[in-house]
Design a protein around this ligand. Structure first.
Ligand SMILES: *Cc1c(COP(=O)(O)O)cnc(C)c1O
Length: 388
C-alpha cells in the first residue's frame, strides 16, 4: 500500500456519504438499528461496528485505518491524548505482582504512571539505560510482563536497539511497547522490527498543527481487542469525531511536512554546530552521535526535534537567549507547523544552579523545527546567540 493511497483513500467510503471528498464529522453519540438482530450484531462487536461513539465512530474509524496502515499494524485505537494511549497499553498488559522494565528518562507522564501510580496496584517498574540492550536482559525476571521503550526519547534522543529488545522479549513471552512519537510512523517502523505495541502522541507530528491533543495505539487484532475491552472502554479516553477529522486533515500533508522539516533541521544543525556559543547539539542524525550507527540501522529519516546546550556561565544568559528569539515560540509540545523552543530551565525554580547534580544542565534548550524558511530560523537563532 503506497503512502498516498493510505492518506488519500484508505478507509474513505465516499459513496456512502454522497461522494463528499472530505469525510463528514459524524457528530453522533449513538447509531440506531432497524432490527433487534442488527442491534445484537452491533453490541457484540462494538470495536468494528458503529454502535456507541465511546467505542467506535465512522470518522474515528477512517483515522484508525490510516494510522494502523502507516505503522504496518493490524489495527489501531485512537485516544484523547498520547498519555491515555500509553496508559491503556500498559494497564491492559499487567496485573498486580508483575514487573515492568522501562527505558530511563521516558516521557514525563509515562514515568509518573510507572513510578508513582502503578506501584499502588502492585506493579513495579525497573528503569534501565536502554542504550545497551544487555541492560534489559539483566533487568528481566520471571515477573517481567512488559518492556516499555521510547526511541529516541524527546529531550536527549537516546535510542534502544528495537529489533534486539524485541527478540529478547519474544523469547521470554514478554510484551513490548514503543513510544514512536519522535520518529513519526514515516521515520521508524517498530512493528516491522518485532515490537508488539506502538504508541503515538498524535498531538505532535500526526496532527501537525498544534490544534488537537490526541493519541494512537497500534498493535495486532488480538492486542487491540484486549485493550478495547479493558482500559479503552472502561476509562473512556476516546477521541472525539471532531478531533479525528482534524487529524485526518493533518495527515494528508504528513509526508511533505516531514520532508520539509528534515531539510530545514539539517540546515539549522549545520549552523548550530559551527557556532562558538553552542557547546553541544543533540540530534540522532549527527555522525558525532555515539548511537549514529543505530540511527542508520533503524530510522528511515530525520525529524525536526533537537536540543542544544549553550556555552554560557549563568542561567540568566540562557534566559537572555530564549527571550530574544522572535520566530521560535516558547512553549511545551512540538511537531507543529511552527518552530518552538522549550528551555529546560523553565522546570527549575528561579535561582537554580546551572549544573544541577545528576541532571541535564539548565543550558539545554529543545528546538522543534517547523515549516518556516531555514534562513529565517537561522537568522533568528543568530541574533539571539549574539545576546550571549
Ligand atoms: C507529548 C508526548 C507524549 C504525551 O502525549 P499527549 O498527547 O501530550 O498526551 C508521549 N510521549 C512523547 C514522546 C511525547 O512527546
Amino acid at each position: 500500500m503506497d503512502l498516498s493511497y493510505i492518506l488519500n483513500q484508505l478507509g474513505e467510503d465516499r459513496e456512502t456519504y454522497r461522494n463528499a471528498v472530505a469525510p463528514p464529522i459524524f457528530q453522533s453519540s449513538i447509531f440506531a438499528h432497524t432490527t433487534v438482530a442488527a442491534m445484537r450484531v452491533g453490541i457484540q462487536d462494538e470495536l468494528n461496528n458503529n454502535f456507541y461513539t465511546r467505542g467506535n465512530n465512522p470518522t474515528v474509524e477512517i483515522l484508525r485505518k490510516k494510522v494502523a496502515a502507516l505503522e504496518g499494524a493490524e489495527d489501531c485505537l485512537m485516544f484523547g491524548s498520547g498519555a491515555a494511549a500509553i496508559a491503556a497499553a500498559v494497564v491492559a498488559s499487567v496485573r498486580g505482582g508483575d514487573d515492568v522494565v522501562c527505558v530511563q528518562k521516558p516521557y514525563s507522564w509515562t514515568r509518573t504512571l510507572l513510578r508513582d501510580l502503578l506501584p499502588r496496584f502492585g506493579v513495579k517498574t525497573i528503569f534501565v539505560d536502554g542504550t545497551d540492550s544487555a541492560n534489559f536482559e539483566a533487568a528481566l525476571s520471571e515477573r517481567t510482563r512488559l518492556i516499555v521503550l521510547e526511541s529516541p526519547n524527546s529531550m536527549t534522543y537516546e535510542q534502544q536497539d528495537l529489533a534486539a529488545v524485541a527478540t529478547l522479549a519474544k523469547a521470554r513471552g514478554i510484551r513490548t511497547l514503543c513510544d514512536n512519537s519522535y520518529a513519526s510512523p514515516l521515520n521508524q517502523s517498530p512493528i516491522a522490527l518485532g515490537i508488539d505495541m506502538v504508541a503515538h502522541s498524535a498531538t505532535k507530528y500526526l496532527g501537525g498543527h498544534s490544534d488537537v491533543v490526541a493519541g494512537a495505539l497500534c498493535a495486532s487484532h488480538a492486542i487491540i481487542r484486549e485493550v478495547f475491552k479493558g482500559p479503552y472502554m472502561t476509562f473512556g479516553a476516546m477521541l472525539s469525531p471532531q478531533d479525528a477529522w482534524l487529524l485526518i486533515r493533518g495527515l494528508r500533508t504528513l509526508p511533505i511536512r516531514m520532508q520539509r522539516i528534515a531539510e530545514t533541521a539539517a540546515k539549522v544543525v549545520v549552523f548550530l554546530e559551527s557556532h562558538p556559543k553552542i557547546e553541544k547539539v543533540y540530534y540522532p542524525h549527527l555522525s558525532t552521535n555515539p548511537q549514529f550507527a543505530l540511527t542508520q540501522q533503524q530510522m528511515h529519516g530525520a525529524s525536526g526535534l533537537l536540543s542544544i546546550e549553550l556555552r554560557v556561565d549563568s542561567v540568566a544568559a540562557v534566559e537572555r537567549f530564549c527571550d530574544a528569539l522572535q520566530r521560535f515560540l516558547m512553549t511545551v509540545s512540538w511537531g507543529g507547523y511552527e518552530s518552538l523552543i522549550f528551555p529546560v530551565a523553565c522546570v527549575f525554580p528561579a535561582g537554580a544552579p546551572l549544573h544541577p547534580p545528576g541532571g541535564l544542565p539548565l543550558s539545554v534548550v529543545r528546538l522543534s523545527i517547523g515549516l518556516e524558511d531555514a534562513d529565517v530560523l537561522i537568522a533568528d537563532l543568530d541574533q539571539a546567540l549574539a545576546e550571549l
